[in-house]
Ligand binder design. Sequence first.
Ligand code: ZN
Length: 488
Amino acid sequence: MEHKLKVYNTLSRKKELFEPLNSPHVGMYVCGPTVYGDGHLGHARPAITFDVLFRFLKHLGYQVRYVRNITDVGHLEHDMDEGEDKIAKKARLEQKEPMEVVQYYLNRYHHAMERLNVLPPSIEPHASGHIIEQIEFVQKILDAGYAYESEGSVYFDVRKYNADHHYGKLSGRNIDDLLETTRSLDGQDEKRCSLDFALWKKAQPVHIMRWPSPWSDGFPGWHMECSAMGTKYLGEEFDIHGGGMDLVFPHHECEIAQSTAALGKETVHYWMHNNMITINGQKMGKSLGNFITLDEFFTGNHQLLAQAYHPMTIRFFILQAHYRSTVDFSNEALQASEKGLARLMDAYARLKRITPTKESSVEVADLRAKCEEAMCDDLNTPMVISYFFEVAKTINLVADGKATLSESDVTELKELFQIYLQDLLGLDLEGASDSSSDAYKGAVDLLLEIRKNAKENKDWATSDKIRNELTALGFNVKDTKDGYEWSL
Ligand code: ZN
């Protein structure tokens, strides 16, 4: 494979040349959502980051098996040792099957991802569908001597492991510092050491999600699913493991320990983490009142939002920052992104109308190489976007008759818009154009206004015709007490 893709490896703390184990095949695992609530911005960033990596690896000619899991069991309310599973709790409160709760939120998650133009992964395994694999994995760790059973639960023996390996290598911690910052055991504890984490938990009577195991009726610890499903679908060693930075410790640290303990080797070659999202400079959190779901962004239906934001604006905004930088959401920043994206899309529309001349008066020849280089430099999407802002200026000059472009340069630019903005950054160049979408929204609103007047005049034929035709075109029209609502 002819390329110089470098990715930043969280484990080595440097950019490394990407060399897959089994080229042209690439295995990539990304920690997916915990489905007990609606997707929010924190879900959108890893999905979009690793979607761009998925697209770029395929662009380079690799055959990528992309696994993104669904956490639907074992994610407890407080920490791994206390509390109730969040999905089970919701199911109990709403008198639903846990899988009903999971499916409901999963459908909504998929819908939001589709709107953000995030490609579906190759495999989307559920933790609850891989209990047998997880039990086998726990057994391997027990057999290797790095875990112990206590009161029907199984815990990872961090101190024993740390004597042979380094627990904390991913997050740059060491066991002594960790011991200082965790609470000490109270003597009643099932664990030998406060750092030990659950591989299998015995279910309390309140738990409705439970499975039989050699140790107890219970459920796997949260970290176990990714070790078990990653190695099941990608092998004992695979290329890339990704996720949000908040997962580095303890989740990914524990995954490394589990896999090393069970298999006697490191599973993952490149650990990649996207940085976090803040809202108006603050961390997102339910208690802070700034917890905005993706649906709320798309509809503008939240007190902190000045307007609705098109999914492509959200995607563009996220990609305007490098994935390892923080991103701060504010109305001003989103509105700037909305304008920026509109500028690029308008330039693309103008490009398609340009009449080429014999020769170009401007230089565009090195754009392809520059974009490729930026993407190869640990997915420098903001750099790629800045090149296209330059191109937009050139196109506008040409359109205004102040510069010229040859036929081959026009063709080259059209192709680069397609490859980099449309296919690799996943921006829908035609669909989200501000001016065109405003016009189209205006047209639908106009039709519905006419229908409202028709209804007031008891002109049911016209009113029904408009409604039926819009429905046939795929619109959802809903009558409300103030008039109407519609969506596509
Ligand atoms: Zn995970």
